[in-house]
Write a protein that binds this ligand. Structure first.
Ligand code: SAM
Ligand code: SF4
Length: 329
């Protein structure tokens, strides 16, 4: 049983200390595994929580033991004045880790501003280090150089940087070694994410999945991999390290391993719904009570009582779930 008013613990006794906040469902990319190129319906702007409303949700739940916040989307950097939200969340003294997930396009322009507003670090998606190929995977050619964005984040002090790579057979799997080598030159955490059956996968099949043992085997040819601690609060990834590696190499494999027993996170969607499981379907509307001035903590406790023990990814297979861009991946 959770203990209303005292802590942030779910019905399975898991301590919840990590909130992912989606600030928009919109995106300037149409990644092949995430968003379709047409026919997407965006949330009307008035349905989005304002920055003040997001900060109010955090103000109410932070004293229950919230330690970490990640701002995500959609693509969070396309929401205007994001540094204003960063500053509001930073002012919440209970939160000691404030991070951002981004596709990186805007980092060269905004990294220093976000850092000055109080952002601690970034997770950047980079499915290729080759700008032309990155544009093909993103299905948007915006003159984006992923390495330049990573270096901009590093220069702004937004580390330890996590680099998220979704591997697709025949598309970018020839870059596995190059991504792994980044951890020799930089203290970055490069994480290979297994393709998940969520979102628009219409031009992908199971043949595009690159099994993690194969990835580990290929990286091992660069040097003997040893287990590594990974970054603090590393969540659902296993980490390894190359000899003389400054950074680590992580593997996120939700299809072959579930990390549910140690899950410490919940999500707030851009329209103010609390999702207790990324891959579930259960959401609780917080926006209506928030706008009516009703305290949120009792309903958050009730929602946590129902947080699923395990995700439904394996049982639903493909097509049953909303894109990660919609729920704040
Ligand atoms: N737009 C930001 C970005 O791309 O980092 C934040 C939101 S995005 C939904 C968060 C993460 O979800 C990205 O690292 C992306 O690669 C991952 N993702 C989205 N759809 C996925 C899928 N079908 N399988 C695996 N990872 C996926
Ligand atoms: Fe946009 Fe991120 Fe989805 Fe790519 S993965 S389409 S950048 S939300």
């Amino acid at each position: 049983m959770s203990t209303p008013g005292r802590s942030f613990t779910d019905g399975q006794g898991r301590r919840i200390e990590y909130l992912r906040i989606s600030v928009t469902d919109r995106c300037n990319f149409r990644c092949r595994y995430c968003l379709p190129t047409s026919g997407v319906t965006w949330l009307p702007r008035e349905e989005l929580l304002t920055y003040e409303e997001i900060a109010e949700v955090v103000r109410q739940v932070a004293p229950l033991g919230l330690r970490r916040i990640r701002i995500t989307g959609g693509e969070p950097t396309i929401r205007p004045d994001l540094e204003r939200l960063i500053a509001l969340l930073r002012a919440e003294s209970h939160v000691d880790d404030l991070s951002l997930s981004t596709n990186g396009v805007h980092l060269p322009r905004v990294a220093a501003r976000y850092r000055a507003a109080g952002l601690d670090r970034v997770n950047m998606s980079a499915d290729s280090l080759d700008p032309a190929r990155a544009a093909r995977i993103a299905r948007r050619d915006v003159g984006f150089d992923p390495l330049r964005s990573l270096l901009a984040a590093e220069a702004a002090g937004l580390g330890p940087i996590k680099v998220n790579v979704v591997l697709l057979r025949g598309v970018n799997d020839d870059e596995i070694e190059e991504f792994a080598r980044l951890t020799l030159a930089h203290d970055w955490h490069v994480r290979f994410i297994e393709l998940m059956p969520v979102g628009d996968l219409s031009d992908l099949t199971e043949r595009h999945i690159v099994p993690t043992p194969e990835v580990i085997g290929r990286i091992s040819r660069l040097g003997a991999l040893s287990p590594a601690a990974g970054p603090a609060g590393n969540g659902p990834a296993r980490y390894m390290q190359l000899p003389r590696g400054r950074g680590t190499i992580g593997f996120i494999t939700p299809m072959t391993h579930t990390y549910c027993a140690s899950c410490n996170r919940v999500r707030l969607t851009a329209d103010g719904r609390l999702r207790t499981c990324l891959f579930g379907t259960h959401e609780v509307d917080l926006r209506t009570p928030l706008r009516a001035g009703i305290p949120l903590v009792p309903m958050i406790h009730a929602a946590l009582e129902d947080k699923p023990r395990e995700h439904e990814l394996l049982s639903l297979r493909t097509g049953g779930l909303r894109a990660l861009s919609q729920v704040g991946g």
